[in-house]
Each structure stands twice: as structure tokens, then as C-alpha cells.
Design a protein around this ligand. Structure first.
Ligand code: TXE
Length: 495
């Protein structure tokens, strides 16, 4: 072991113990004779620890526990008290921020400052939805003198949450907090690569007063544990974030027992730069939109649609900044961290190699990167490909890595046409000083969220979700509640 490898081994040792169990009905369930799934630190490639490879039987136990908890003490806790428990979860997450963020960085590779921000975001989801528990009111419907009709919002029941690896804790919290606020119970299946913070969160829930069985975590593969969860007839709603193809599988499985779904899938979001844009402001925003989390964000601004007259100047400025970006281990707070796994690195490299074979010009980057002291890590250079035809594969396929595809456009109409020409409809951004153009873009672009002069400009209180193949349903904000309640009407005839 060389000195640098020794440093990362020490960091991992200091962060231990990692939670290596599932949480079912409030109990820790360790691997025992089951297979285990190993997870590693993407920054160094070193083994972190392992978790149980949960089976269909584990999922059955967790769903049974969640079903019992639904009709148990959870239901008799008044809404305001439920809100206090959610608030306490948020506070406990904040109290554990240093350790949770450290584990999130080691497990996902993201820079520590981003891990800290996403742990805070997770806490914010709980405090936001804590305030809603006693405001989930119904309506009354006028049916005439001899009838009284009212509606109430009731929980759906057991909810399944299948979570990806790119923003692990915050994505669990994004679904779990509104699900609990509405009085549901939950079974969470974290991603194979990043299981630890979901387990920590389930224990925080117990400490904050959530009764056993309300929040269960089954670790394991998508093929086994994920599949069993989506096919379970007692799971009434599935919240899934991940790839389009797995999303379709999840939707089919849920259809088997007519469960509802929230799907947050892929994207290839257009970021339009018109010639009147303030480039001093746009350049850092473009880079943040595409390279944050090493490009592993579904809503990243990966397609840069640039008005032709400013294309060369803008590419020069982006290239200078991009080639100076510092890659490194997440604990060193670099400009950009590693990709999640060698599999993801090979995916990204494959896209770029095929593009090069087609003759696509890579302005900067385009290769796996070697980072001093992190030789085992999964780093890829921040990459710009320009200029691209809108129908080149690199310009419309999701890559989920640090790759910016630059496509020249003639004017706003052309930008809208090119912007809408993918199967996705997740996010879109525009930089312009012309408010009329910005508003027309916002109206005509097919995207669940539009950012004007500041990508990723919203937050956890703003509804988030996709159009077209980017998904179904909305998470975050008030809209996030809708997925987790049923509306029941009661009509009384006055006799
Ligand atoms: O995703 P999967 P993967 C995209 C991104 C990435 C690609 C592949 O383009 O390159 O997906 O990543 C669980 N039934 N996104 O393979 O397969 C799995 O265990 C039930 C976009 O990681 O979608 C994990 O917990 N569950 C994205 C989760 O689904 C199943 C975030 C996601 O895995 C399952 C991540 C099954 N049959 C990747 N198969 C975003 N929208 O933010 C797998 N899973």
C-alpha cells in the first residue's frame, strides 16, 4: 500500500462503523447466511464495506411490517404530533450532518461541500413537510339541502421507494418525508452502490419517534429486492428514480396490481445561450449546470444550444475554465469528484470513443483522468464536444457523466425546435436579457422545470418532475404531497 492509498484507508477506517444491516420492523437484520453486496469508495476504489443482498422474503417481511404499522400506532398519532416527529427527524439529520456527509462522500464520491448541502436538503424536506401534516384539508361539495358531502385526504398505504446512487440520502428524503407526512408507511430499497445513508436515516426516524415498521430499509439488487418490492400486491405506490428502461419495468410491475407510480427518469436538458446573454454570468452557470456531481444529475444542462454568432467566443471561455478544473477525491473538495463506479466510467468512455470514431470534435477532455494519489478511483475528464449536429447521438442520448454537447442554433425558434427534439422533457435553461424571449421559451419548451438566467435555480419547495419519457408525477413542494394521498368523499343524506 503506498502513502496515498494509506491515507484513504485511514479515512475509511475513521468513518467506520458503516451500517451493514437492513432495518425491518425496527430491528437490525444483518446479512447472516445471505449474500452480501460490497460497496466501494469511488474516489480511491477501495472497499468501504458491505450490506446484505436482500431477498424477496426480506421484502415480504418489510412490507408486512409496514402494513401492520399502518393500522397500528402510526395511525393513532394525531397529525400535529406526526408533524413534530417529522420536525425532529430534520433536526436529528442536521445534528448528525458531519458524520452523515462524510459517509455520503465516501459512498458516492461527491465533494464534501455538496454532500453537506444534500444532507441539509434532506433535513429540509422533513421540516418542510412537518408543517403540512395538520393542513391536509378536504373540501365540501354542495349537493343541495338534503345532503352533506365532504372530502378528506387519506394515506395510500404502504409505499415503496426505489432510489438511485447519484444523490442517495436526499432522494430518499424527497419521497419519504411527504409519504410520512400523509400518514403512509414505507419500504426503501437504496441503490447497490450507495446503501449507507438510507440505513442511517431509518434509524434516525426510529430515534425521533417513528414507530417500528413505519420506515423499513431492504438493501439489495434491483433484480431481486427492487423487483420484489414493485411486484408486491400490498405496495400501493412506488416512487422510483433511475433510468428510463428500469422505470418502464417498474411501471409494468406496479400495473400488475394497479399501484400508482411516481417516476423520475432520465434527461438531456437543453441550456440555451442567446447572443444578448450576459456571458460573465452565463459561463460559470453553464459549467455548474453540466459538471456538478460529475454530470450525474438527471436534470443536468448537458445540451448547450448556442446562438451561432457567439459560439466561438463562448466555447473559448468554457474550454479555458474546463481544462483548469481540479479533479480529486471528494474529501479534498475538488472542483469535480469521481464517477460512481468503473461501470459508469466505462459507459461514459464508450459514448466518447464512439463519438470520436464518428468524427466528433472533442474540444477538451474526452478521456478517463488520472488523479495523483487516487489511482484506483473512477475519474473522467470534464469534456466538451463541439460543434455537434442535433441528431448526433452525443447530442440527444443521456450519458450521465461530465460531457457537454454544444449545438449551434440560429435563433430562439430554432432553439425551441432543437430543444424539443429528444424523447426527454425534464429541465431546460435559457440565458438572455430579453424577457419576452425568455417567457416564450418557457412557454414552448417541453420540460417540467425551466430556469431563466440561472440553472438549477429552484430548490426543495418547487415542484420537480419530467414530461415525456422523463417521468410521471411531481416531487418536492406542495405538489409532492399529491402522490401520497387518496381523496375519499363522504356523502350523507339527511333523512
Ligand atoms: O439505473 P437503474 P443504473 C440513469 C443514468 C445511468 C443509468 C443506469 O443514465 O447511466 O440510469 O444507472 C433499482 N426493479 N440514471 O443502472 O437500473 C436499482 O437497484 C426494481 C438516472 O444505476 O435505473 C437502483 O436502486 N428496481 C437517474 C435503481 O433501480 C430496480 C439516477 C436505479 O437503477 C430494477 C440513476 C428492477 N427491475 C441513473 N432494476 C436519475 N433519474 O436521476 C434496478 N432497480
Amino acid at each position: 500500500m503506498d502513502a496515498d492509498e494509506g491515507r484513504w484507508a485511514n479515512e475509511i477506517q475513521n468513518a467506520a462503523p458503516f451500517p451493514d444491516y437492513m432495518v425491518i420492523d425496527g430491528d437490525r437484520v444483518s446479512a447472516g447466511p445471505r449474500d452480501r453486496i460490497e460497496t466501494c469508495d469511488p474516489g480511491s476504489g477501495l472497499l468501504l464495506h458491505h450490506v446484505p443482498a436482500g431477498t424477496a422474503d426480506d421484502v415480504n417481511s418489510a412490507v408486512d411490517a409496514a402494513r401492520r404499522a399502518l393500522s397500528g400506532p402510526w395511525q393513532s398519532i394525531p397529525p400535529r404530533s406526526r408533524g413534530k416527529i417529522l420536525w425532529a427527524i430534520g433536526e436529528r439529520i442536521r445534528g448528525g450532518l458531519d458524520r452523515i456527509a462524510l459517509i455520503e462522500t465516501l459512498d458516492s464520491g461527491k465533494p464534501l461541500r455538496d454532500a453537506r448541502a444534500s444532507v441539509e436538503r434532506a433535513a429540509d424536506y422533513f421540516t418542510y413537510y412537518a408543517g403540512l401534516t395538520d393542513k391536509l384539508e378536504g373540501t365540501s361539495v354542495p349537493l343541495g339541502r338534503d345532503k352533506v358531502c365532504f372530502t378528506e385526504r387519506v394515506p395510500i398505504g404502504v409505499t415503496g421507494h426505489i432510489v438511485p446512487w447519484n444523490v442517495p440520502l436526499s432522494m430518499v428524503a424527497r419521497g419519504l418525508a411527504p409519504a410520512l407526512a400523509c400518514g403512509n408507511t414505507a419500504v426503501v430499497k437504496p441503490a447497490e452502490d450507495t446503501p449507507f445513508t438510507a440505513i442511517l436515516l431509518s434509524e434516525i426516524c426510529l430515534e425521533a419517534g417513528v414507530p417500528p415498521g413505519v420506515v423499513n430499509v431492504v438493501t439489495g439488487t434491483g433484480r431481486t429486492a427492487g423487483k420484489a418490492l414493485t411486484e408486491h400486491p400490498d405496495v400501493r405506490h412506488v416512487t422510483f428514480t433511475g433510468s428510463v428502461s428500469t422505470g418502464k419495468t417498474v411501471m409494468k410491475a406496479a400495473a400488475g396490481h394497479v399501484a400508482s407510480v411516481t417516476l423520475e427518469l432520465g434527461g438531456k436538458s437543453p441550456h440555451v445561450i442567446l447572443r444578448d446573454a450576459n456571458l460573465d454570468h452565463a459561463v460559470p452557470d453553464i459549467l455548474n449546470a453540466v459538471f456538478k456531481n460529475a454530470g450525474q444529475i438527471c436534470s443536468s444542462g448537458t445540451r448547450l444550444l448556442v446562438e451561432r454568432s457567439i459560439q466561438d467566443a463562448l466555447i473559448d471561455r468554457l474550454t479555458t475554465k474546463t481544462s483548469a478544473m481540479r479533479l480529486g477525491h471528494g474529501l479534498d473538495n475538488p472542483d469535480m469528484g469521481p464517477l460512481i463506479s468503473s461501470r459508469q466510467m466505462q459507459n461514459v468512455a464508450g459514448h466518447i470513443d464512439r463519438a470520436k470514431e464518428r468524427g466528433v470534435f472533442i474540444v477538451t477532455g474526452g478521456e478517463p483522468a488520472s488523479v495523483n494519489g487516487c489511482e484506483g478511483g473512477f475519474y473522467f475528464q470534464p469534456t466538451i464536444a463541439a460543434p455537434l449536429d442535433a441528431d448526433d447521438e452525443l447530442a440527444w442520448k443521456e450519458i450521465f457523466g461530465p460531457v457537454l454537447a454544444v449545438i449551434p442554433i440560429e435563433d430562439l425558434d430554432h432553439a425551441i425546435e432543437v430543444g424539443n427534439c429528444t424523447p426527454f422533457g425534464l429541465a431546460a435553461g435559457i440565458h438572455t436579457r430579453d424577457i419576452a424571449k425568455a417567457m416564450r421559451f418557457a412557454r414552448e419548451i417541453e420540460a417540467g422545470q425551466v430556469y431563466v438566467n440561472g440553472y438549477h435555480g429552484a430548490g426543495d419547495t418547487v415542484p420537480f418532475g419530467g414530461m415525456k419519457q422523463s417521468g410521471i408525477g411531481r416531487e418536492k413542494g406542495m405538489a409532492g404531497i399529491e402522490q401520497y394521498c387518496e381523496i375519499k368523499s363522504v356523502t350523507v343524506t339527511i333523512t
